[in-house]
Design a protein around this ligand. Structure first.
Ligand SMILES: C[S@@+](CC[C@H](N)C(=O)[O-])C[C@H]1O[C@@H](n2cnc3c(N)ncnc32)[C@H](O)[C@@H]1O
Ligand code: SF4
Length: 367
């Protein structure tokens, strides 16, 4: 059985200036989109998932009636972990009650920064007050497993801003926090601004200082890093994302969603209308790629190394019937010598330095 299902909702009220996720300000297409999505869901050949993650975009900007249609269909899979992403100001009590009623038990909310000035510079639709109101509604409606997304290394952000963000978020006592270092993605307004020298980013030393401040302070509050960018209280790790990091199979539905089944990775059309047309014609797959044996091993390595627990040698052996130290002997030894990896007997992990240069580490496993 495939454990995890991802459902993509490609709508946002406005595009944030840094975001290259597959989302559009085309909310008037939601009725046709949801119908196509329901058609795709009905074609799924299994009736149970351990985890469902409804992401975006901003899933909670769907109308009540579309949300209801989607939830009615998804509840049949009886997920143990059922996550919805949301953006501050896009849910009210009615929507939150609906989510709860249909078994959603995990909410991921994007705050990004505590300061309204920074939120505005990111092009966010909300202010801090909107976040606090939404958070309050979620808590009062009985949601206890909540993740808060934060970003650091963002334009004009000072160390003091980041400290203020972390300390105030900790006061809310969430179960899970994601801290993402800003990536200036090609094709976004930030990319243009960066190339014109109009984006003032904190320098690399400050950016790393921000990261380690978060690691230290969150850990002091029992919110431990379990993946490079993800921190949680014990037992609240995101099981859905762990499927990806363990390099296990998953199904993705909706525009641009990826699936990984029997060593084939395939993705749907990214454009909403192309996706709907595809579904109506019986196939919305835009491209597919068979992952060969060497690439599968490499992906297993760089996804697994993202986790704080690293890669258990036994797990590699079970999957590939080979010893990790035989397959990657030279690479692992080199990386250990450079202080980027550590061998702790039954597993290998990134060191702190390895986390700082994780992309450099991951390249080593591509043959
Ligand atoms: C789909 S969004 C989360 C839900 C909702 N759309 C929102 O923004 O509040 C996923 C998260 O990815 C992070 N993110 C998006 N673009 C990023 C970028 N270019 N660099 C770093 N983090 C990014 C943000 O923290 C964002 O909350
Ligand atoms: S960060 Fe979230 S709200 Fe902003 S454009 Fe991307 S998906 Fe939409």
């Amino acid at each position: 059985m495939i454990k995890s299902l991802y459902v993509h909702i490609p709508f946002c009220i406005k595009k944030c200036l840094y975001c290259d996720f597959n989302s559009y300000v085309r909310l008037n297409e939601q009725d046709a989109y949801i119908n196509a999505l329901l058609t795709e869901i009905r074609k799924i050949k299994q009736n149970k998932f351990d985890t469902i993650f409804v992401g975006g975009g901003t899933p909670t900007i769907l109308s009540i009636s579309n949300l209801k249609k989607l939830l009615e269909q998804l509840k049949f899979f009886e997920p143990l972990e059922f996550t919805f992403e949301t953006n501050p100001g896009t849910v009210d009590i009615e929507k939150v009650k609906l989510l709860k009623m249909f078994g959603v038990n995990r909410i991921s909310i994007g705050l990004q920064a505590w300061q309204d000035t920074l939120l505005q510079k990111l092009g966010r639709i909300h202010k801090l007050d909107d976040f606090l109101r939404t958070y309050d509604i979620l808590i009062k409606s009985g949601f206890e497993n909540i993740n808060i997304d934060l970003m650091f290394g963002i334009p004009d952000q000072s160390m003091e801003d980041w400290i203020e963000t972390i300390e105030n978020v900790l006061k809310l006592n969430p179960k899970h926090i994601s801290c993402y270092s800003l990536i200036v993605e090609e094709g976004t307004p930030f990319f243009e601004m960066y190339n014109k020298g109009k984006l003032i980013l904190p320098d690399d030393d400050i950016e790393r200082e921000m990261y380690y401040y978060a690691v230290k302070r969150l850990s002091a509050h029992g919110i431990q890093r379990y993946e490079i960018s993800n921190f949680s209280k014990k037992g609240y790790e995101c099981r859905h994302n762990i499927t990806y990091w363990m390099d296990e199979e998953y199904i993705g539905i909706g525009a641009g969603a990826h699936s990984y089944i029997k060593n084939v990775r395939f993705s749907n059309y990214r454009d909403i209308q192309k996706y709907i047309e595809g579904i109506n014609l019986g196939n919305a797959i835009m491209e597919s790629e068979t992952i060969d044996y060497n690439d599968e091993m490499a992906e297993f390595m760089f996804m697994g190394l993202r986790m704080a627990s690293g890669i258990k040698k036994e797990r590699f052996k079970k999957r590939f019937n080979k010893d990790i130290n035989d397959v990657y002997k030279i690479e692992i030894n080199n990386l250990i010598r450079q202080g980027l990896l550590i061998d702790v007997g039954d597993s290998i992990r990134l060191t702190d330095r390895g986390i700082d240069f994780s992309n450099k580490v991951f390249i080593n496993f591509l043959k």
